[in-house]
Design a protein. Structure first.
Lengths: 497, 177
């Protein structure tokens, strides 16, 4: 399993118990012009079964920053999206504290997960040593309390088991399978077609609109065409790009909506390369119970309201403290009863700290269709040409220095900084390629996620993103989706779509 | 055969079938890989029992059939050099026990023998450190076995919640997961 999946095996959630939730490398080839670890889940529910479930709102700074820095312009404001964040949060169930942080707006929260004693101490010491920086508990899509709207979905409280990646039988975390798909099925209007490979979006020259979707059966390779008034293309970022690039018609010879060659361009991701490990003395009589699906986090404190550093944009910081377990005995000397008994006790505290950095969508960072390689269904393979820049390198250096300083202030010792030099993609936060924007010459989608030139096609997954922010992205995708879906329904009712 | 006897036999057969489907609670369920003898598995059990012996409240590594675990993992999950490395440790143990034979050594003598090997372990085999390989697998196999996880450590399959501040009292064991 490991040898057969040199790319997918790098994912934190991939193992024997979860392998069936991942697309296998050999079955779904793509061309890495530059190394890109593309992690995919092609089952019903997709990556919602294997996501890490951290959910933070963007702030107005995140929507305004790209224009300030001159690389992109969002066609909507935080205030416009805020009610849709609320809509999604209430339905999905997001745990968190109301922290009052300007750069990380509060939402409609279920009770937050607790910090442990060591983390609370660290948080206080970091905030005292670095005025303006905040340490707050992570926000995540786990039901710390099942409210009526969640019980109605057939979901229950998270049981703190940490078996999420197998698919939770309690519906304790949000997945399409636990929540939105059964909810949609209740309408009686949902049809799910597993094993369908979307080949392209069909365009009708006579009407100037998209008319449907061409689908190839994964098993039999039979081709079927479906027709619809409105089409949402949400195949997860890079596959959305692939489908649209492959949607070539007389009107759109270079792919749907691609009159300017920008389709597949400005792809960005999150920079996870930097991390630190450390030890923390004390707290010998402090412990915890249960397994927690989130950890303390620090809202971005770099270049928030104005440019302040030698790199553009910023990063969030996540850290956790936990007592070491029996694995500390591996490689340590000892034989006999005292050695064994020692390992059955909680060990000293260890700390892990990591970054989640914004990368800048660049024209050069792109995906395109291979001219000569096709996948087993005859669809051109995707070529990835996405890399880091000097800006990313400077950001990593800054995080590792700031992380070290903050850990020292928190009382940590034996601090070890790492740049794991991972490939883009392993963050599984790829975004862009079909970006939103005000200017049709600079973007593909309008403020409602409709193609500027083909308004009955919507894209509301990561492909629509004009920038990446520093937050975990899924909550924003969901809010954009709910907002766009409402818009589509309203337009249909008015007869204008 | 009358009807009552038939029923009794059927019930006994059902009971045997049910026993057959009960999960094994130790690594004894793992088939021994080709090329390894039961004596070698038993010697590994003895080594495991010396590194992690029975203590009040939990059994030793030998009683979870750690030898089978070490052999199976070495065969399935490591490069071939690991098997060579493992044989070197066993050869060293046998040589150190000499004519007295490991089986006849007291627990204290076994411990002293392994302490000496740990102090001066066999040289690496193509990047595999023989002693470290064996000891790491003793720990992995023991603390992830049912007895190791639930008796030597504490295991709670469904915690129900996370509590961030739990005072630790003397003797409280660590969570298995």
């Amino acid at each position: 399993l490991v040898q057969a999946n040199p790319i997918t095996r790098k994912c934190y959630a991939f193992d024997e118990a979860t392998a069936h939730f991942f697309a296998k490398d050999a079955e779904h080839p793509y061309v890495q012009e530059k190394p890109f670890d593309w992690i995919r889940g092609y089952q019903v529910g997709g990556k919602s079964l294997i996501w890490a479930r951290q959910t933070q709102r963007w702030s107005h700074h995140d929507f305004e920053g790209p224009a300030r820095d001159g690389f992109a312009e969002w066609p909507l404001t935080y205030e416009e999206l805020a009610p849709w964040y609320s809509h999604v949060e209430r339905f999905v169930g997001i745990s968190g504290n109301r922290d009052g942080v300007d750069g990380l707006p509060d939402g409609e929260f279920l009770p937050a997960w607790e910090m442990n004693d060591a983390e609370r101490s660290m948080a206080g010491r970091i905030e005292a040593a670095f005025p303006g920086r905040r340490v707050v508990q992570g926000r995540c899509a786990h039901l710390t309390e099942a409210r009526p709207e969640h019980l109605a979905q057939g979901r229950g409280k998270c049981q703190s088991r940490n078996l999420c990646y197998r698919g939770c039988p309690f519906g304790g975390y949000f997945s399409s399978n636990s929540s939105t798909l059964p909810w949609a099925a209740k309408t009686g209007h949902l049809t799910v077609r597993p094993g369908s490979v979307v080949e392209s979006i069909l365009h009708d020259e006579a009407t100037g609109r998209a008319s449907g979707v061409r689908v190839i059966s994964a098993a039999t390779k039979t081709v079927t065409e479906y027709f619809a008034k409105v089409i949402f293309v949400n195949a997860a970022c890079l596959n959305t790009n692939l489908i649209l690039l492959n949607s070539r018609s007389k009107r759109y010879p270079a792919g749907l909506g691609n009159d300017h060659g920008l389709l597949g361009r400005h792809v960005a991701f999150h920079n996870y390369r930097g991390s630190l490990n450390a030890s923390l003395d004390g707290f010998a009589d402090a412990y915890y119970s249960g397994r927690r699906p989130t950890q303390p986090m620090m809202p971005n404190f770099r270049n928030v309201a104005k440019q302040e550093t030698d790199f553009q944009r910023g990063y969030m910081v996540f850290f956790s403290a936990a007592r070491r377990g029996w694995t500390r005995g591996q490689g340590a000397p000892g034989i006999g009863a005292a050695y064994k008994e020692g390992l059955t006790q909680p060990g000293p505290w260890g700390i892990y700290m990591m970054m989640q950095g914004e990368t800048i969508p660049r024209y050069e960072n792109h995906v395109r269709l291979s001219a000569n390689r096709r996948d087993p269904w005859g669809i051109p393979q995707l070529v990835t040409s996405i890399g880091y820049t000097d800006n990313d390198e400077r950001m990593i250096r800054d995080f590792l220095a700031q992380g070290r300083a903050m850990l020292e202030a928190a009382g940590a010792r034996d601090i070890r900084a790492t740049d794991d030099r991972r490939n883009p993609g392993l963050d599984i936060h790829e975004m862009g390629g079909v970006r939103m924007g005000r200017d049709p010459r600079q973007s593909l989608l309008n403020r409602w996620n409709q193609f500027h030139t083909c308004p009955n096609v919507f894209v509301t997954d990561g492909a629509c993103m004009a920038s990446t922010g520093v937050q975990n992205p899924s909550l924003t995708f969901m809010a954009l989706t709910a907002r766009a879906a409402r818009h589509a329904v309203e337009e249909l009712r008015k007869g204008t779509l | 055969m009358n009807r009552r006897t038939l029923l009794r036999h059927a019930a006994q057969l059902a009971a045997v079938a049910a026993l057959g489907t009960l999960p094994h609670r130790t690594w004894a369920a793992l088939p021994r890989p080709e090329g390894w003898t039961e004596a070698e598995a038993a010697l590994l059990d003895g080594i495991g029992d010396t590194i992690l012996p029975a203590t009040p409240g939990s059994p030793g590594a030998g009683s979870v059939a750690i030898g089978r675990f070490i052999l199976r993992m070495t065969a399935d999950c490591y490069p071939p050099a690991a098997a060579t490395a493992l044989r070197q440790v066993l050869a060293r143990v046998r040589a150190a026990a000499g004519s007295r034979n490991w089986a006849n050594l007291s627990a204290a003598e076994r411990e002293a023998l392994l302490v000496e090997i740990e102090r001066r372990p066999p040289a690496n085999v193509e990047g595999v450190a023989p002693w470290r390989h064996l000891k790491d697998l003793v720990l992995l196999g023991y603390f992830t076995s049912e007895a190791g996880a639930t008796q030597a450590l504490r295991y709670d399959p469904v915690p129900g919640a996370y509590r961030g501040s739990v005072p630790l009292k003397t003797g409280d064991r660590a969570w298995a997961t």
